[in-house]
Design a protein around this ligand. Structure first.
Ligand code: 4AZ
Length: 322
């Protein structure tokens, strides 16, 4: 804060008077600076998409997508839920749950090879894998919450995503999107400058997907908490390094985190679509642990339903209501 010098006309004691006035003012008014500011609305990028039909995303198009790094290298992706919590896949922590200090989260970076001065890197305070996760390939409840060491600064490039509210239904063929810095083919890493990739993926009917991945003898691979999305013909899919990243669907003008990139047989193979952990299935668990998560996809309640308007009372002989 800059304090200007006292004009000579105010004489000695002016500084002390000013100081007491400032003290008084701070005691009498609520300290706005100390009150937690409302977080920005979830699922609303401030940047309108500029690339149509391409694979590169545009800068700040998906401001909740983060890189979960292990020993300083990209390991998995994740999604920002609040200024303190990131959600990702539990399998990203296989064998290293007891070493959260190996991990960090890079936010606001569009190109990993070129993260920019406005990206933020934050340490991981702790990891909560879902208690039902069994650490086996393709297991259910592949979801983990990551508590950040300190709150991130929201900006145009760092914003939270919404969780699907209870009324959201994602019917088959709904067009959703995935984003990530994973391999561009099996065994081919994303080349420098590692621009965040995006892909449109339609939701696949659960029964159809269940049949595709049927293990035989009553062995269901696709559980109630999984979603399938992508293309039965192959060619387009998530791949190694995309795990933990978001499956996002736009509902009622906000982007919702419908799923977390979890598994699939290979990448982009015919009849082997990507499998995602469903956030609708795990919403209650996420909300219990991560305070302040925002829901989306609910139409704003109409005024009419909130407060039924009464018909204007007619006064006999009075002027007709306008
Ligand atoms: C992986 O290993 C991985 N095709 C992620 C997604 C898919 C397969 C593998 C889906 O991280």
């Amino acid at each position: 804060m800059v304090l200007s010098r006292c004009p000579p006309a105010l004489g000695r004691g002016c500084l002390t008077t000013l100081a007491s006035l400032l003290l008084l003012a701070s005691a009498a008014t609520p300290d706005v600076a100390k009150m937690p500011a409302a977080p920005p609305a979830c699922g609303k990028p401030q940047q309108l998409s500029r690339i149509v039909g391409g694979e590169d995303s545009s800068d700040a198009e998906w401001p909740w997508v983060v890189s979960l790094q292990k020993n300083g290298r990209h390991h998995c992706a994740g999604s920002l839920l609040t200024d303190r919590w990131v959600v990702t896949a539990a399998h990203c922590f296989k064998g290293s749950l007891d070493k959260p200090s190996q991990f960090s989260v890079l936010l606001g970076a569009w190109q990993l090879g070129n993260p920019g001065l406005r990206s933020q890197k934050v340490g991981v305070a702790g990891v909560q894998p879902h208690p039902a996760y069994s650490w086996k390939e393709g297991a259910r409840a592949d979801i983990a919450l990551v508590r950040l060491e300190h709150a991130v600064q929201f900006s145009e490039r760092v914003l939270p995503v919404c969780l699907p509210g209870p009324s959201v239904r994602l019917s088959p063929d709904t067009n959703c999107w995935i984003a990530g810095w994973g391999s561009i083919h099996d065994g081919v890493p994303l080349p420098a400058p590692q621009t965040l990739q995006k892909l449109k993926v339609p939701i696949i009917d659960a029964e159809v997907c269940s049949r595709l991945y049927w293990r035989g003898a009553g062995q269901r691979a696709i559980t109630e908490d999984m979603l399938c999305a992508g293309y039965l013909e192959g060619e387009r899919d998530a791949c190694l390094g995309d795990s933990g990243g978001p499956l996002m669907c736009q509902v009622e003008g906000a982007w919702l985190l419908a799923g977390i990139i979890s598994w699939g047989e290979g990448c982009a193979e015919r009849d082997r679509p990507g499998v995602y952990s469903s956030l609708a299935a795990h919403r209650a668990w996420v909300q219990r642990l991560a305070q302040g998560v925002q829901l989306g996809g609910q139409a704003p309640r109409s005024r009419a339903r909130r407060a039924p308007r009464r018909a204007p009372r007619r006064v006999p002989g009075g002027a007709a209501p306008r």
